[in-house]
Design a protein around this ligand. Structure first.
Ligand SMILES: *Cc1c(COP(=O)(O)O)cnc(C)c1O
Length: 415
């Protein structure tokens, strides 16, 4: 076929050959720990390649060995995931945090610091601040309001912490949708890269990816996902993924082999099911979010809306949005008039929208970042990042948007 198919078309078949599985239309679940070699010579050859003792010959097909190293459900899923970001390769993990921590361990060394945007996901934040320092890896933070100049100044001021080893950003940031300029991060990484070490830029793309933001095209080296969110999309699994060049993913996959934090075949199968409807789901969610945002922004009990679709055109964030995002997405937060008490009355009175953390699933969810997902963030930081008692985060699902607005309206009435 000489036609370049779109990702949503490829999700039905890419990488799967029915004739290798008794003609099964769907890729079966390869629930097996190990794979039988045809001959001892074949087993020997597979191990030589898997352990990097020699390069694969052009005519050779790498075979399956053991499900900690590779499994058809994971390999086909990885091929399909790579399509959306036009990445050379992908590696799937048992959670988003497993993908993130494996990348940080692989690309950072003692004596280096990680330059990270703030806020980042609570689990990531904990790992950077409480686990990496045990390995003599420090951190330097910046926020969406920092410019390239102020970030460079901060690196200079923190020279005693070591040299920058990796730039890690989450954009849009959870829960306020603050945007970090990916191209600017690339420029900073290049300033500190040497012949011995190219500083990688890693982007947690969970909020807008893989549909609406493609960090690899904007200069990032590594894209990370909590596949638990939009990619899984049904709130029924935990998984993660990492995407990038062949060189980067081969390093990540090697460390994954030894940490043993790959996803299992059942999770791989569920994610392939999810990818078939990824675009359809995310598009409906984003359309619903437009309606919900419009309702919230006109409501007298809503003080402020944090939604990428309502950034004013003179806001510097608007320029970043235009350059790097293809949609405002389906995550929004808002300040309710009042404080924690009013926020809790609202949350306790929702009838359709469920009170739960997580995001990106088919069902709409609401939560209170200051006391839930971001409870670990220091008081100071909460204030600077607008994570206060009145902030409520919504993940908009695929329900009928008029029903969702009805629900939000009646819960606001109770406040
Ligand atoms: C949920 C989430 C993670 C962590 O992923 P898990 O699958 O829960 O391990 C990381 N980053 C972001 C932005 C998330 O929303």
């Amino acid at each position: 076929m000489d036609r370049k198919l779109k990702p949503e078309t490829l999700m039905m078949s890419h990488g799967y050959k029915p004739q290798l599985s008794e003609g099964a239309l769907k890729c079966p679940i390869f629930q097996t720990s190990t794979f039988v070699f045809k001959t001892a010579e074949e087993g020997k050859a597979f191990f030589e390649i898997a352990y990097g003792q020699r390069e694969k010959k052009p005519s050779e097909e790498m075979g399956l060995i053991y499900s900690r190293l590779n499994n058809p459900d994971l390999e086909i899923l990885e091929n399909r995931l790579a399509v959306w970001d036009e990445a050379e390769d992908a590696a799937v993990f048992e959670s988003g945090l497993a993908a993130i921590t494996t990348v940080l361990f692989e690309f950072l060394e003692p004596g280096e610091f990680i330059l990270q945007s703030a806020p980042v996901y609570g689990g990531t934040d904990h790992f950077i601040k409480h686990v990496l320092p045990k390995f003599n890896i420090n951190y330097v933070e910046f926020t969406a309001s920092d410019t390239k100049e102020t970030i460079l100044k901060r690196i200079e001021e923190n020279k005693s912490l070591g040299r920058p080893g990796l730039i890690y950003i989450e954009t849009p940031a959870n829960p306020t949708n603050a945007l970090i300029d990916i191209e600017m991060c690339r420029e900073i990484a290049d300033l500190f890269s040497t012949d011995e070490k190219k500083i990688p830029v890693a982007v947690d793309n969970t909020y807008l990816g893989p549909l609406w933001q493609h960090p690899l095209k904007l200069g990032a080296d590594i894209v990370l996902y909590s596949a638990t969110k939009y990619i899984g999309g049904h709130s029924d699994l935990i998984a993660g993924a990492c995407l990038g060049s062949n060189e980067i993913i081969s390093r990540i996959r090697t460390l994954r082999t030894f940490l043993g934090n790959m996803a299992g075949p059942w999770t791989g199968w569920l994610l392939m099911r999810s990818l078939e409807t990824l675009k359809a789901r995310m598009e409906i969610q984003a359309q619903n979010a437009v309606h919900v945002a419009k309702f919230l922004c006109d409501h007298p009990k809503v003080e402020k809306l944090y939604y990428l679709g309502s950034l004013p055109q003179n806001d510097p964030q608007y320029r970043i949005f235009k350059r790097q995002c293809l949609s405002p997405g389906a995550m929004l937060s808002f300040d309710i008039s009042g404080n924690e008490k009013e926020a809790f009355i609202f949350l306790n009175n929702l009838k359709i929208i469920k009170l739960a953390v997580s995001l990106g699933g088919t069902e709409s969810l609401a939560e209170h970042p200051a006391t839930m997902t971001h409870v670990d963030v220091s008081e100071d930081e909460k204030q600077t990042m607008s994570i206060t008692g009145k902030l409520i985060r919504l993940s908009v699902g695929v329900e009928n948007y008029e029903d969702l607005i009805w629900d939000i309206n009646q819960a606001l009435d109770k406040v």
